[in-house]
Structure formats: C-alpha cells, structure tokens
Design a protein around this ligand. Structure first.
Ligand SMILES: [Zn+2]
Length: 83
C-alpha cells in the first residue's frame, strides 16, 4: 500500500522511472538512466532533488541539443539579427 503510493508519486515526477524489486529505495531516472538512492524508505524528496540537480539536467540538455525544434529556434533568432 505504502510502496504503491511511493511509486505513483515517483511516476508523477518521471512516468518512465523504474524500481528495483529487491531495493525499494532505489529508483532509476529515465532521463539520465542513473539509479537514485532514496535517503529514507518511501521518501520521494531525493528523487525530486535529483531531477533538479545538475547531473540530471545536463543529461536532459544533451537530448535537447539533438532536438530539431532547438535548431529551428536558433535559426530564427539568427535571422532576426540580420534584418
Ligand atoms: Zn536523472
């Protein structure tokens, strides 16, 4: 019951997060594929902090660089500078 509640809270932050069957404190972050260790059982704060941390954000940013929308926006701003 408590574990389900914890997992649904994690999924609200990261819908693709994975859990270890043998270790309820371990959650895998889908954006940087790192295993995040919770400080306390059923405590989602460690995961929230991880998602806002530089280690996780830099991995997310790598994905955005290859995003075509980012390149498009860059080209638009470059064009406005020329006119
Ligand atoms: Zn992460």
């Amino acid at each position: 019951m408590k574990l389900r509640n914890f997992q649904s809270k994690i999924h609200a932050i990261d819908p693709d997060a994975e859990f270890k069957e043998v270790d309820a404190c371990a959650v895998r972050c889908s954006s940087c594929t790192r295993w995040v260790q919770m400080r306390a059982l059923y405590d989602v704060r460690s995961f929230t902090v991880h998602r806002q941390s530089g280690r996780c954000q830099s991995s997310q940013r790598t994905n955005l660089v290859s995003n075509t929308t980012g390149i498009y926006l860059f080209d638009v701003s470059k064009m406005s500078l020329l006119t």
